[in-house]
Write a protein of this length. Structure first.
Length: 368
């Protein structure tokens, strides 16, 4: 086992059979060794900094019916909401004051938010904060739509592939075609976004061999970001009786992804924090270098219920900010008040300002 981990560490790659061997046989000692190697790599690429993204969940309307997802269109128990343009700008202002130099605008696939409306939002945020980055996470759209949003100023796009197993993907997304999702990722890459793929760990019917497919997929497509979290059941879905993915399996996968893709931006996700009180800290220790605290108004938080037991639904944005910094520090790391671009991308785009000279006294605002 140790020999395979060393090989992965040296080459940033490992054959599929060896990856499968690690997933099937990892024990406490080898896990500790794997995590220590992932830590070494992240210290080399990003040091001890963790980037923050202010997450704005701006609509929970969705035309899709992903079987695992609590806000899928057919769930009649969801109270639907959309944030207004002004509410979104207000979130952006609060976020900037709290030191978030990237916003993630995430929502269900809501036809109301056509290209014109999203362009207006992107331009509005960029006119307020030209040096802050915008990440979109709006699901599948056409090449032309992605291109328009990029040309309007969007910097990054997150679109998890969810699982790299075609059969499992099509079982979880009835009527959807796996190849369409992958084509979207290829389009995002071609257009020039910093793009993010990603998947869930512990999905119903998912095997360890399926997870090896995910690892191989991300190694090959080489995303700038990779969102990985445990599947967690939601009571209103057909998958409600399945068990959630585990902290151990998810952190093993995070460490393997850090070793396969040393430069990747790797979030310690809210889902990981939702299955374990110190899940995000453990995710950071296993190689994670991004956290995404919630910036949405508190009165809509509970309505963006993707899975049961989602944390941070009641706290004000400033509370989340304090909490996240405490967690990052407890894990032995430091918060970075920057756009937090992918390190390789930054080298290729040296003119993009990473540090904003107007940075305010965050401690004063937070009352530390
Ligand atoms: N609609 C956009 C899309 O499809 O990419 C973005 C929103 S979607 C709710 C964001 C992510 O939430 C999905 O990519 C999925 O991986 C995750 N998610 C949804 N339901 C989940 C569940 N039950 N457990 C864990 N993660 C879940
Ligand atoms: Fe659309 Fe989950 S099914 S966001």
């Amino acid at each position: 086992m140790k020999q395979y981990i060393d090989e992965l560490y040296e080459n940033n790659d490992l054959g599929d059979e060896k990856l499968l061997y690690i997933l099937e046989n990892i024990d406490d000692n080898s896990k500790e060794y794997l995590v220590s190697k992932a830590h070494e790599i992240r210290m080399r690429t990003y040091g001890n900094k963790v980037f923050m993204r202010g997450l704005i969940e701006f609509t929970n309307y969705c035309k899709k019916n992903c079987e695992y997802c609590g806000i899928q269109g057919r769930n009649k128990n969801v109270e639907r909401y959309r944030l207004t343009y002004d509410q979104i700008m207000e979130c952006a202002k609060v976020g900037d004051r709290l030191g978030y130099k990237t916003y993630v605008l995430q929502g269900g696939e809501d036809p109301y938010f056509n290209d014109d409306r999203i362009v207006e939002i992107i331009k509005g945020i960029k006119s307020l904060f030209p040096n802050n980055a915008i990440t979109l996470s709006l699901g599948e759209r056409s090449y032309d739509s992605y291109k328009r949003l990029f040309d309007a100023g969007a910097d990054r796009y997150l679109l998890r592939h969810e699982t790299a197993s075609k059969e499992l993907y099509e079982w979880l997304h009835p009527g959807e075609v796996f190849g369409d999702r992958i084509k979207c990722l290829e389009n995002l890459k071609e257009i020039g976004y910093q793009f993010g793929a990603g998947f869930m760990v512990g999905l119903p019917r998912q095997t360890k061999a399926d997870l090896v497919k995910d690892l191989r997929f991300v190694k090959e497509i080489e995303p700038h970001m990779c969102g990985i979290g445990p599947f967690i059941p939601h009571a209103d879905t057909k998958l409600k009786d399945f068990t959630a993915g585990t902290l151990e399996d998810t952190t093993t996968i995070l460490a393997l992804v850090r070793l396969l893709l040393p430069n990747v931006l790797l979030p310690a996700t809210t889902a990981l924090g939702s299955i374990d009180k110190v899940g995000r800290e453990k995710g950071i220790k296993a190689g994670g270098n991004v956290v995404m605290p919630n910036l949405s108004p508190t009165d809509v938080r509970e309505k963006y219920s993707l899975y049961d037991g989602k944390i941070c639904t009641g706290d004000e944005a400033a509370e989340c900010r304090k909490c996240i910094e405490r967690r990052i520090n407890n894990a032995g790391f430091e918060v970075a008040i920057t756009r937090g671009d992918n390190v390789k991308w930054s080298q290729d785009n040296p003119d993009v300002l990473q540090y904003d000279s107007k940075i305010v006294d965050i401690n004063g605002i937070l009352g530390f």
